[in-house]
Design a protein around this ligand. Structure first.
Ligand code: HEC
Length: 485
């Protein structure tokens, strides 16, 4: 071997070592086995790392505040990595980092959330199994650009999949059953809800504007090719909460949401009604919000297969049907502000359904509706077939939470607003009541949220927010007291 070859040989080896070591530092794989803590691996991980969690029982709350972390369960036959809250822990997985992925976990018996996002963008939540686990199942709050796919959720007291104040989200091919709300798109924009099996919940799929939240609108949702079946489970929501007012037997409810397209779904056996389009007066104990429009605009009900809905209608709808000499509820029900033709809603093939309240709606193929489509930038056809995702083509700008007033706003929107609305009772008391109680005393709020004690007999105990720094707790308390709607 000549000297020249020798040099180039060692040079090549050196290059290889150099390349592989940079790859390793870019993306390490950390492993967690039963008896170890997932949180320890998260603490040791750097952005870009993947954490493999092997089958076994884990009982902890995992916080992920770093960017680009993947938590991946290893499933071996029937053995899953199983996070169990033992009805004592509040949350299984909380993430505030951007670019977070979580998949292949079984999560049971937490009291609050199974997987909650707190202002993290570019997330992916896939192939998880969430059973009997608290108030919210999968709950990205204030996140942009996310995928929720192939998860199975049941036994959730509020919404199983709850997209809150988020944008550009796909919710596809999940199975949600025996929950109060199956899938809820709330104060969110640009959502595709497709191919889900939504069965035996109290209400199947909801597109809502809840008043009193920092994000005031909900628009641009496609609800397509879902099976929405037999959503007749009696409401077991926390008494006094908003979802506790959802009438059992409701397939799809659009409350105040705009530009919602409901197309190609199979909607059967929902005893109250198949599709309900309504303004906020549908729920009786709801306050108004001057910042948001309580009426639904430009809703399109295109071709859906609807059978056997309305066998046992409830409340107001039952009374309205009786005035039409019918004891059964309709397939499609528009209520209050939703009935007004001026709102630009439409229905295709109306003769194929039993309807109430849509007599003044246009046909979806009419020139006016076509013109609306053009304004909304939709394809001028009677189908959304060309839209395959609502996610962004490029990742959204990562959110950076700084320890100042703008960071406090993100924290409030990403965490506190999940449970506190301004003048509406959610899981926690309305902000208005808290302001009345505390006046300008932000210090006391900052102290309370670090270790909340039980105050009100008719509310759950608030989970501690001691993962926030003391200055951040102070800033977010000040932010809360300064809110005006
Ligand atoms: C998981 C739901 C949840 C989240 C998230 C949440 N809270 Fe609460 N909060 C509650 C509940 C429930 C109560 C009522 C507790 C009680 O009365 O025992 C409450 C009560 C409060 C109170 C009233 C305390 C009192 O003295 O009566 C304040 C103040 C408060 N929360 C602030 C916050 C702030 C700030 C955040 C965000 C950092 C936040 N909460 C996040 C559920 C939540």
């Amino acid at each position: 071997m000549s000297g020249r070859h020798c040099i180039s040989f060692f040079y090549r080896i050196g290059l290889l070592v150099f390349i592989s070591s940079t790859l390793v530092t870019q993306a390490a794989v950390l492993e967690v086995r039963e008896g170890e803590r997932i949180q320890d691996a998260v603490n040791a991980a750097s952005p870009g790392d993947e954490i493999l969690v092997y089958p076994g029982l884990y009982s902890e709350t995992v916080y992920v505040d770093k960017d680009d972390i993947t938590l991946r369960g290893v499933v071996e036959g029937d053995d899953w990595p199983h996070l169990d809250g033992k009805k004592q822990l509040n949350d299984a997985i909380l993430y505030s980092g951007n670019g977070f992925s979580v998949e292949w976990f079984k999560i049971t018996h937490y009291k609050g959330n199974a997987i909650m996002g707190q202002a993290g963008n570019n997330f992916s939540i896939r192939n998880n199994w969430v059973i009997d686990s608290g108030v919210y199942g999968i709950f990205p709050e204030f996140g942009e650009n996310g995928l929720i796919e192939n998860n199975i959720l049941s036994g959730i007291e509020d919404a199983a999949i709850y997209v809150g104040m988020s944008d550009y989200i796909d919710v596809r091919n999940n199975q949600v059953f025996d929950n109060v709300a199956g899938i809820e798109i709330e104060n969110s924009r640009h959502a595709l809800v497709e191919g889900n099996l939504v069965k035996n919940n109290t209400g199947g799929i909801l597109v809502f504007i809840t008043p009193g939240l920092p994000i005031k609108s909900s628009y641009d949702a496609i609800i397509r090719r879902n099976f929405v079946l037999d959503n007749n489970t009696p409401n077991f929501g926390i008494p006094g909460s908003l979802v506790s007012q959802i009438p059992s037997g409701s397939g799809i409810i659009v409350m105040s949401g705009d530009d919602v397209i409901i197309e190609d779904n199979v909607i059967t056996g929902n005893n109250n009604a198949g599709i309900i389009i309504t303004s906020q007066d549908f729920v009786t104990e709801i306050a108004t919000d001057t910042g948001s429009d309580p009426n639904p605009d430009r809703v399109q009900i295109r071709d859906n297969l609807m059978l056997n809905n309305g066998a046992d209608p409830e409340g107001e709808m039952k009374l309205l049907m009786l005035t039409k000499l019918s004891t059964t509820g309709p397939d499609i029900f528009a209520y209050q502000g939703a009935t007004d033709a001026a709102r630009g809603s439409c229905i295709s093939r109306r003769g194929a359904y039993r309807t109430l309240g849509v007599d003044d709606w246009a046909d979806c193929n009419s020139p006016t509706i076509r013109a609306n489509d053009a304004i909304a930038g939709r394809e001028p056809s009677d189908s959304t077939r060309g839209v395959i995702t609502k996610m962004l083509p490029e990742p959204a700008e990562p959110r950076v939470i700084t320890e100042d007033a703008s960071g406090a706003e993100l924290v409030y929107q990403g965490i506190c607003a999940g449970c506190h609305a301004y003048n509406v009772r959610l899981i926690g008391p309305p902000t208005l009541a808290i302001k009345a109680q505390y006046g300008e005393d932000a210090d006391s709020i900052a102290a309370y949220i670090a270790s909340p004690e039980k105050k009100r007999p008719d509310f759950p105990t608030m989970p501690p927010q001691d993962h926030l720094s003391a200055p951040m707790r102070q800033l977010v308390a000040e932010y809360m007291l300064a809110l005006t709607n």
